[in-house]
Design a protein. Structure first.
Length: 247
């Protein structure tokens, strides 16, 4: 069964609050890293998997994409996405990523920002995306870092010294892949943990070649303004992978 936590009213309000914060890790660290890896989008057809409220779709429009399709399972998110993207070139479908092959299109570029860790069968998803891409097409995604998704217990994993400075990160469950229920905005949000080798194997077995791998860290300027991000040097928040279907 596909979880649709973004339509839970308390979760949605909490998420909006987080994302509207100009100093969120998404805005300061993940989004710039994702955009830096985007190929030239002029005249390209782009699919955004787990598009949320369509913020990235707007960016794809501004980069000259010819056609953009956003899919998401959340009605709340898609209602906002449609308001934010009043463009003829952008179309949204309420469709779980698990059924992405139902789309009646092929794409030059498939992008997904912080959504694939909600999908149980990543191998299946990688094969489906491979099928939807044109030869030479790009699949670029970000996800929660595997050292984040791994954690088994609900106790804090950041280790602090007597001055409350973070001095390390206590890892658990890295090799125990599969479902995790985490308390994030509401209780028992379901995400899936995969190891690095699970992720790369799924992409390689689907037929992709890997073009770039990033674990973006905050710049010195960000650290000076928001010292809380210093802890990312012990454990990064995000993993980004860019891969290509052969010509
Ligand atoms: C963290 S939000 C990211 C939204 C957007 N990509 C962004 O970066 O602003 C994750 C999104 O994935 C969507 N999502 C989660 N599981 C999904 C699934 N199985 N199929 C489609 N969308 C899903 C959620 O509804 C939510 O909009």
């Amino acid at each position: 069964m596909v979880q649709n936590i973004y339509d839970h009213p308390d979760f949605f309000e909490g998420y909006k609050h987080l994302r509207e914060n100009a100093s969120s890790a998404n805005r300061l660290i993940e989004q710039p890293a994702l955009f830096a890896l985007l190929p030239d989008l002029s005249n390209k057809t782009v699919l955004d998997l787990g598009c949320g409220w369509g913020e990235n779709c707007k960016e794809f429009v501004s980069r000259g994409a010819k056609k953009i399709v956003g899919i998401d399972c959340s009605q709340n998110m898609l209602e906002m996405a449609k308001k934010e993207n009043p463009f003829d070139s952008v179309e949204f479908f309420r469709l779980p990523m698990e059924y992405v092959v139902a789309l009646p299109y092929h794409f030059d570029v498939v992008v997904s920002s912080l959504a694939v860790h909600y999908v149980e069968d990543f191998s299946r998803l990688a094969k489906d995306i491979f099928q939807l891409l044109q030869p030479g097409g790009i699949f670029l995604f970000s996800q929660e870092h595997p050292l984040t998704t791994a954690i088994l217990d609900k106790n804090p994993c950041w280790e602090q010294n007597n001055s409350q400075e973070v001095i390390g990160y206590r890892l658990s469950g890295y090799g125990m892949t599969g479902e995790r229920k985490v308390d994030w905005l509401v209780d028992d949000v379901v995400k899936y943990h995969r190891s690095f080798s699970d992720i790369f194997s799924a992409l390689l077995e689907a037929g992709f070649s890997i073009q770039a791998v990033k674990e973006p860290l905050p710049s010195q300027q960000i650290i000076e303004q928001y010292p809380r991000y210093q802890k990312c040097f012990h454990k990064p928040d995000f993993l980004l992978i860019k891969c290509q279907k052969p010509f």
